[in-house]
Design a protein around this ligand. Structure first.
Ligand SMILES: CC(C)(COP(=O)(O)OP(=O)(O)OC[C@H]1O[C@@H](n2cnc3c(N)ncnc32)[C@H](O)[C@@H]1OP(=O)(O)O)[C@@H](O)C(=O)NCCC(=O)NCCS
Length: 175
């Protein structure tokens, strides 16, 4: 898989996932968001075919939203620093081939690197109900926050940063 930065000339027309809001976001809004430093989008290619994308933003997560076994004991602040997966989608023709799994691994690498420069303890996502099972398989938990059309999930990345993940991450390139 080839992970490229979204750029002005990126050809996005062929991308079609099973969620129209995500297709519209990528084609209409993602570049503007990136250009104004509101969000950052990465495109995923396989043999020059655009088969996935994800968008990250900075976030915070209130201490009460995480389970007692997560987070830092005697943490003295109200919120944890976080990175949010604002959008993530696999092309409909390429689902169930571990593309989203590989996108998550890439995100883990990025969060690991970012957290060397700026604290980043949690990974958050407001998941569409249909995708909650995917994220839970990957170690995300429900955040104790109000649910709207989406379900707030989090991962205590510091705890998830296991030997197995590190071994997998080591097989991928830099970000
Ligand atoms: C949800 C989505 C990202 C999954 O992408 P994918 O590339 O098919 O996922 P993977 O092939 O990496 O799946 C990894 C595992 O999760 C499982 N899985 C995939 N989609 C799932 C779902 N919707 N519910 C439960 N499990 C799911 C797979 O069976 C696989 O299980 P395994 O590890 O036991 O083999 C993709 O279906 C999608 O883009 N959907 C539309 C957009 C969307 O909902 N995005 C999430 C926005 S928050």
């Amino acid at each position: 898989l080839d992970f490229s930065f979204l750029a002005e000339g990126s050809n996005l027309t062929s991308f079609q996932c099973n969620n129209d809001d995500l297709n519209d976001f990528l084609k209409r809004d993602a570049f503007r968001g990136q250009n104004s430093r509101i969000s950052a989008t990465r495109l995923v290619y396989w043999n020059t075919i655009l088969i996935g994308f994800f968008t990250l933003v900075n976030d915070t997560l209130t201490v009460e939203a995480v389970e007692a076994c997560d987070g830092e004991p005697e943490y003295e602040y109200g919120k944890y620093p976080a990175i949010k997966i604002a959008r993530l989608a696999t092309h409909g023709d390429y689902e169930r081939r571990d593309i989203a799994t590989n996108m998550l691994l890439k995100i883990f690498i990025m969060v690991k690197r970012i957290s060397k420069h700026s604290g980043c303890r949690m990974i958050t996502v407001d998941s569409y109900p249909d995708a909650v099972g995917f994220y839970q398989r990957k170690g995300f938990k429900r955040a104790q926050l109000k649910e709207k059309d989406t379900i707030p999930l989090y991962m205590d990345f510091h705890k998830f940063d296991t030997e197995e993940e590190n071994r997998l991450i080591a097989t991928l390139d830099d970000f």
